[in-house]
Design a protein around this ligand. Sequence first.
Ligand code: F6R
Length: 242
Amino acid sequence: MEIVIQQTAEDIASVVADSIEQLVRSHAAPILGLATGSSPLPVYRELVRRHAEDGLSFARTRAFLLDEYVGLPQGHPESYREVIRREFTGLVDIADDHVQSPDGFSSDVATAGTRYDAAIAAAGGVDIQLLGIGTDGHIAFNEPGSSLASRTRLKTLTEQTRDDNARFFDSVDDVPYHVLTQGLGTILEARHLVLVATGANKADAVAAMVEGPVSAFCPGSVLQLHPHATVLLDEAAASGLK
Ligand code: F6R
């Protein structure tokens, strides 16, 4: 695992955008794995800037989201499909039907996960997977206790994650209890994992992910098993490392 410590979230965004730009300019059919939440937002802002100012085109790119809430109506502004459209894909030249997310609106969520994994495989697999980490160590919405071999499936959010995500809703009562999330096994199949964490509230989770044992208690620790994982931190998020 490669650890990169930068001064600011913008510095991190620039390093990550460089990797994505290199992929998108050089590959005939690049596949991006996209995360939502606050951590990747500076990356998306930088990519949108490069699209507008430097002619960086995403016309040949396809994208797969990590996860989606279950229980929100289609088109809800906090559904991850809408969030990613608002923050990134709707602001660049990626075709809307080239962006896929787990179908949390399906009447058959039990099989939606299998269909999603099949769609990722049929596209050729993810080239660069962006990730954030939850304060409890989750990646995507694989909460502590998730199988290291898990595939895309229905999961229940912990109270801690619902509290953490309440900032995006009017109240914690509006945060869904369930999600469809890529599994840890699914995520590990991406060719390059790029995890961004900033702020002191991530320091414990980052320390467990980087220096703790590989364990379902800290789902992020599966990055230790990946041959090409890059973790980008500011000094506050890195402050728990020895
Ligand atoms: C979101 C996701 C989550 C977030 C994590 C950190 O698609 O997969 O794992 O990355 O909850 O969220 P932020 O970045 O908001 O602290």
